[in-house]
Design a protein around this ligand. Structure first.
Ligand SMILES: Nc1ncnc2c1ncn2[C@@H]1O[C@H](COP(=O)(O)OP(=O)(O)OP(=O)(O)O)[C@@H](O)[C@H]1O
Ligand SMILES: [Mg+2]
Length: 312
């Protein structure tokens, strides 16, 4: 009844690591050092368990039971948090750090559940099942019977808000539940097969994350709006190049933060994708960027409202 769409139709693109331009994109993400370190570590273990076995042989030989517990964790990492906070960007670029560290080739298959899968009933479940089918097939090719895998696969399930909904929620449509189940089955299949594969899920709705998904996650990383230091890191680098003084940058950092009149400051993407272009295009083509004018533009701009958890 169901036909599995071919790989190239299911995923708009595939991303291969290591890759220099992805390396640069990863480096451009500021203020996410903790997330980068944690994610690299956990993904490295999941895609290449042989490295942990090696570590154990060297430092704790005989600790098989412990090792098994760590290695048997389901290969799932959840990135959750506010809009425009770098989840997708980090998910798409972190593979470069992992590939370099483990010295293996990694391929990422990105699947966005918001762009697709909201049409026909059953489409999301079918999409997910097909995505896992392909991920299993690709990872099986790369699995080696002994030692290090020949490569690894990452499946990115992006914009997975629909899947985050609790299975316990009474309002959850039968079809959504089927989607969650397909997702959980897929993750378990990769884990049980000990395949060199890992799933990254991105969602805005941490509060509504399905308990069965939450329980499986090897790690849940949360993302927030940038604080003063993080906004300074984004804005400072850009505006120094335009010749702004320290004081002028300080003013921009303050204006884009929480105010009396608005509780929330700018998101990372408000800064990079709205404010910076607005300032540049305002000055272009007639003259240079004027610091006071830049501040006025920032003051006049409203940050993206935070993602509200719909109460289930
Ligand atoms: N930490 C960061 N440092 C620098 N730029 C960032 C950072 N986070 C996000 N950005 C900028 O914002 C853009 C949007 O980020 P991204 O698409 O990763 O957000 P997201 O968390 O996936 O949001 P959503 O929940 O809306 O999907 C990025 O392309 C990047 O330009
Ligand atoms: Mg995103």
């Amino acid at each position: 009844m169901t036909t599995i769409p071919p790989l190239d139709e299911l995923f708009e693109r595939r991303i291969a690591y290591p890759d220099f331009s992805l390396h640069e994109r990863l480096a451009r993400l500021v203020g996410l050092d903790e997330q980068k370190v944690r994610l690299t570590k956990i993904l490295s273990l999941l895609v290449n368990p042989a490295s942990l076995e090696e570590w154990s042989r060297k430092h704790h030989s005989g600790a098989d039971q412990l090792l098994n517990i760590v290695l048997r964790r389901p290969p799932l990492v959840v990135l959750a948090g506010d809009v425009g906070s770098g989840k997708t960007e980090l998910a798409e670029t972190i593979g470069d750090a992992v590939a370099r560290q483990e010295k293996i080739d990694i391929t990422l298959f990105p699947l966005s559940l918001s762009a697709r899968g909201q049409g026909r009933v059953g489409e999301m479940t079918q999409l997910l099942s097909a995505a896992f089918e392909h991920t299993v097939a690709e990872a099986t090719k790369l699995k080696s019977t002994s030692g290090k895998a020949r490569g690894a696969v990452m499946l990115l399930v992006d914009e997975a808000d629909a899947l985050a909904q609790s299975r316990e929620s009474a309002q959850m449509h039968h079809e959504d539940r089927a989607g969650v189940n397909a997702f959980i089955r897929g993750v378990d299949r990769l884990g049980d097969g000990r395949l060199p594969a890992v799933v990254i899920m991105c969602t805005n709705r941490l509060g509504a994350l399905d308990p069965a998904v939450k329980r499986r996650a090897a790690d849940i990383l949360t993302f927030n709006r940038p604080n003063d230091v993080q906004r300074r890191a984004v804005l400072g680098a850009m505006f120094e190049q335009l010749g702004f003084s320290r004081k002028q940058i300080d003013a921009l950092v303050a204006t884009t933060g929480p105010q009396k009149s608005q509780e929330h400051g700018f998101t990372f993407s408000d800064l990079t994708q709205r404010l910076l272009p607005a300032i540049v295009l305002d000055a272009y083509p007639s003259g240079p960027v004027d610091p006071q004018r830049a501040l006025d533009i920032a003051e006049g701009m409203r940050p993206t409202p935070p993602f509200e958890e719909k109460s289930a």
